[in-house]
Design a binder for this molecule. Structure first.
Ligand code: NAP
Length: 270
């Protein structure tokens, strides 16, 4: 397998650990490299990877949108959210996918017994790239209502226009106002991440069976998740989404569908 990750920056990425683990497990020769490139060098790098016979690559910030014009086709999730995070190279052409959407949902399905979003209400914090994947995933699963809130309200309003009527924007200062209605709270902001400020969110008023999901995985247990756990709420960390978004990439590049195991999770968290 010849693959890698294109982004800027990429040095902190856990993706090499994940793909190298699977390569070793399935006795696949190859490499998963990190390519740190700025916008202006993206096209040249991609051409180089095609010429050198790469199977594909993952794409991260800030290239998830810029890669789209270079793709021959993109899948429906990538179209809906306007972001590609994985490319499969076949016969010299680029086929773009978004596996964040499925990664988010797959992880929820593994984490929640009798997962069913029908008739449910979620609150999504943040309106960046990850929020788009989360909203699309919840919509694909037939969620009834999504409240969306973001520090910069205009960005949330744009997402609302893209995603339609069952998404309702609430002001960032009013972010706890729907606590008594929500079944699932998802933090997609970068607040709570290592070296970032904490997320301030008052969990008072949440239903006893509400689920609190933080897609940040460094640290694994954010302040938000700790507070939720102290209240006896079910919590989901961000590591599963990361692992489940990687699996379809490996599957397309090698033809082997890998499993997300506890052993792999522990390795990535080390
Ligand atoms: P992004 O597009 O840069 O969006 C960042 C979001 O955080 C925006 O909504 C931004 O609000 C908000 N934010 C940043 N600083 C803030 C502050 N001081 N106060 C309030 N809101 C603030 O980033 P992204 O790609 O969506 O990623 C967001 C987070 O998700 C990152 O921590 C990333 O590591 C994580 N993530 C995890 C996975 C996974 O597999 N587990 C996948 C993707 C992303 P404004 O619009 O107001 O700036």
């Amino acid at each position: 397998m010849k693959a890698g990750l294109i982004g800027h920056p990429v040095a902190q990425s856990k993706s090499p650990i994940i793909h190298e683990y699977w390569m070793k497990q399935f006795n696949i020769e190859g490499k998963y490299e990190l390519f740190d490139v700025e916008d202006m060098h993206l096209e040249a790098l991609v051409k180089q990877l095609v010429t050198q016979g790469y199977d594909g690559f993952n794409v991260t910030v800030p290239h998830k949108e810029n890669i789209i014009p270079l793709c021959k086709t993109i899948d429906s999730n990538a179209k809906k959210i306007g972001a590609v995070n994985m490319v499969h190279i076949q016969d010299g052409a680029l086929y773009g996918y978004n596996t964040d959407v499925a990664g988010f949902i797959q992880n929820l399905k593994q984490s929640i017994i009798d997962f069913n979003m029908t008739g449910k209400t979620a609150l999504v914090l943040g309106a960046g790239g990850a929020a788009r994947a989360v909203i699309q995933g919840l919509k694909n699963e037939g969620i009834n209502k999504i409240y969306l809130t973001n520090r910069t309200r205009e960005k949330a309003d744009i997402l609302q226009q893209n995603f339609g009527s069952n998404v309702e924007v609430i002001d960032w200062d009013e972010r706890e106002s729907k606590n008594n209605e929500i079944n699932l709270l998802v933090n997609t902001t970068s607040l709570g991440m290592v070296n970032k400020p904490s997320l301030i969110f008052d969990l008072n008023g949440l239903k006893k069976d509400a689920i609190v999901h933080d897609i940040i995985y460094n640290p694994l247990m954010t302040d938000l998740l700790r507070q939720a756990e102290e209240r006896g709420l079910k919590v989901i960390t961000g590591i599963g989404m990361l692992l489940y978004q990687a699996a379809p990439s490996f599957a397309l590049w090698t033809g082997i569908t890998p499993s997300v195991t506890l052993d792999l999770t522990n390795l990535v968290l080390r």
